[in-house]
Design a protein around this ligand. Structure first.
Ligand code: ADP
Ligand code: MG
Length: 378
């Protein structure tokens, strides 16, 4: 119990002298908190479920261009497009922790990482939001990775990975030959079993290594997107077709809902296939048998929105902020590059991704494609 709570608990017994002391104490505690919150570099906001800002520190005011003391602003007005792209704050608002990057154009052009945690106070649903300015970060990482020619380490790592591919290929061929030779040997059942098991493990490990290398190369040497007119719903259907068998084996039901007409975008259908594939694969891996997946698409005059909701095991609040980090995985056989590749491809499409999740309930991955890129086609 804080000292403030203790004092408040005794409120009924207070006379006017004590009341004055209490008010002074409250004012002091508030000033102290204000000083602390205004000293941090991160923007801190508290909003209600409609996005109205109930508290903001100085750094947040600077980032989103809010005059201090003006509290009647809605975060949704200040950051257009934010509302639709958040998995929470829908009609059947199911509060979840959310992590996403937003691009702000006012008062300055910057990229901000938004991390949002729900909490309740007096039965009211509120959200604590932390904004971190990642503009510099983004540009330096972008320069480092995107412009691989200037980064000798990235270039070197890429060529090493590439070089490993050749011997790996030949090991795999030799292993297949070996498997055939073993078939021909006259061995007792026990010895054959052991040998088959060892060969199978070798072959699995080779595939795993190959997967790691392929993903690594994809992550550090992204192909330039081959932009053309793209029908996102068609791309989604193609991916679901590829994953149909796996989904059926796990008895996972998939429900695709296209709420409004989805205009075509300028995109690279093959890269977008990788995006949807990775997102759906992660959803599958998070669900036990018999889970359900809902995919919803809708558009307004600014953006196309896609929401992938699964009934999987969810992501803890600490991990939500980490899932785009290279090599972050919670799976024994994961490589932690899937979401990195997803975000890289989406960035090349000018699209935004956000993740909302509730432990043991499920995860919603939301993507927002800006429509202004359509004009490039005309
Ligand atoms: P990998 O799938 O190889 O682990 P990813 O980059 O695709 O790597 O995902 C990183 C981590 O993010 C996963 O290990 C998992 O913990 C978490 N994650 C991603 N999507 C989901 C989801 N739909 N449900 C639960 N956890 C998820
Ligand atoms: Mg994955």
């Amino acid at each position: 119990m804080s000292s403030l709570d203790k004092v408040l608990g005794r409120l009924d017994d207070l006379d006017s002298v004590n009341l004055t002391i209490l008010v002074q104490r409250l004012a002091r505690e508030r000033r102290l908190l204000e000083t602390v919150f205004n000293a941090v570099h991160e923007g801190i906001l508290v909003t209600n479920a409609l996005g109205y800002i109930e508290y903001s520190n100085q750094a947040a005011n600077n980032m989103i261009g809010l005059k201090s003391g003006k509290s009647s602003a809605s975060l949704f007005k200040l950051v257009p497009g934010l509302r639709h792209s958040l998995p929470i704050w829908g009609e059947e608002s199911n509060a979840t922790a959310v992590s996403r990057e937003i691009e702000l154009n006012y008062p300055e052009h910057r990229f901000v990482r938004l991390y949002m945690v729900p909490f309740t106070e007096d039965n009211e649903q509120l959200f604590a939001i932390i904004l971190t300015d990642v503009t510099a970060d983004k540009f330096s990482t972008a320069e480092l990775i995107e412009n691989e020619k200037t980064s000798s380490i990235v270039l070197l790592a890429g060529s090493v990975a590439h070089e490993i591919g050749n011997p790996l290929n030949s090991i795999s061929i030799q292993l297949q030959l070996l498997q055939r030779q073993v078939q021909k040997l006259s061995l007792d059942a026990e010895a054959r079993k052991k040998m088959d098991l060892s060969l199978a493990i070798c072959s699995d490990e080779i595939s795993r290594l190959d997967g790691i290398i392929q993903n690594f190369l994809k992550a550090i040497r992204p192909n330039e997107p081959d932009f053309k007119e793209t029908d996102l719903v068609q791309v989604l259907e193609d991916v679901l077709h590829i994953q149909k068998q796996e989904l059926e084996n796990l008895s996972i039901s998939v429900n695709v809902e296209v709420v409004s007409e989805i205009p075509k975008i300028v995109g690279d259908p093959n890269q977008l296939k990788q995006v949807f594939f990775n997102i759906i694969k992660n959803a599958m891996e998070a669900m036990r048998e018999g889970g359900s997946m809902k995919i919803q698409c809708h558009a307004d005059d600014q953006n196309i929105y896609l929401h992938f909701a699964d009934s999987g095991k969810g992501i803890s609040q600490e991990d939500v902020a980490r899932i785009f980090q290279p090599y972050f995985t919670t799976k024994n056989d994961g490589n932690g590059l899937g979401m990195l590749i997803v975000r890289r491809i989406l960035r090349a499409h000018g699209a935004q991704i956000s993740i909302g999740s509730q432990k043991d309930v499920g995860t919603v991955v939301s993507i927002e494609f800006p429509l202004h890129r359509i004009r490039l086609l005309e």
